[in-house]
Design a binder for this molecule. Sequence first.
Ligand code: PLP
Length: 418
Amino acid sequence: MTHTKSEQLFSRAQRRIPGGVNSPVRAFRSVGGNPPFIERGDGARIVDADGNQYLDYVGSWGPLLLGHRHPCIIAALERALESGTSFGAPTEREVELAERICEAVPSMEMVRLVNSGTEATMAAIRVARGFTGRSLAVKFEGCYHGHVDSLLVKAGSGMATLGIPDTQGVPKAFADTTIALPFNSAEAIEQAFRAHADEIAAVIVEPVVGNMGCVPPAPGFLTLLRETTERHGALLIFDEVMTGFRLAYGGAQQLFGIRPDLTTLGKVIGGGLPVGAYGGRADIMKKVAPLGPVYQAGTLSGNPLAVSAGLAMLDYLREHPEVYGELERKGMRLAATAPPGTTVNRAGSMFTFFFADQPVTDYESAKRSDATRFARFHRAMLDQGIYLPPSQFEAAFISAAHSEEDIARTAAAFKAWS
Ligand SMILES: *Cc1c(COP(=O)(O)O)cnc(C)c1O
């Protein structure tokens, strides 16, 4: 496999773009080597600038549940292009997407569309503060909720990958509005509410964490969050930017039977285009401008192209519920072939091989993984045309486009590695 063109592009990129990338984890810093530049994708495959082909288990970091260039999404985009790319005025498709989201996720009685997951969580926190009149937010170490100032405290994803404990550029006063607790710790949650019961506006959580690698909730943990927030008048926000429409059509909240007050979505709901959404109880969402006093806006929010792709995605999933069972089976099959000396965490089509010999249940245990061995594994898979997220702290994603043969080839490569 040669990478001449990718190397040239990366040198060019580094002169004009910080680190050569427009989002940090793309840079392959923690696994060594330089990133292949991707030229095109089709189904489960991507091809780089040098013509190397890979089976893609990143799927644009979550959105591509149906793989690259799914015909239903391409057709919807082509249709949308014929009528214009942006109006900054309401369109019927936005209403349809909002209706589709609320049907799928019943806790979302009203929803506002934005352009990214970050925007969604930023707004959800603001609405929670506006609604409760309180200022503290509780989050969990290793969870990533986008690059929102006050949520970049002990954040997972790229911050975990690069070992940046707390970002610069966030004033202490902002960081002080956030309480970061260990994930899966009932004791920590009870203690935080004992100390700050009347000041906590919201608890925000990835119901199944994807951003410290895949870490599912311990039995009862989400129920505890639901009961504790309710008892103290704080809101429960499920950040389902990654899990929404991926773990089930109704997201993780459907799987676990929990009804959060607010939910944030992104990734899958855009079908590969930039879309985010936040929504929840109508009495809370009625605080959002122009109905209420909590301001949030967006020039390109509800963009016709993005909304069309998202709607095509959700329509397809609604008509093909069997997708979720198939993803579960593929996930089980891959998880069963974890290399020796690893701990597998999986939820549906999200999985992580932690190079750790202990169970991984929170950020502390995730960090005990052997980063050097992970990097060797990542490189070996890449050389065999298997494209995994270039970080121990990111979940790999299976798509509906991965065929039985693709899964078998991947499983064989995982098994053979040591
Ligand atoms: C990806 C992600 C975000 C941020 O979404 P962007 O579209 O990258 O801004 C927020 N929360 C979770 C759980 C995510 O996985």
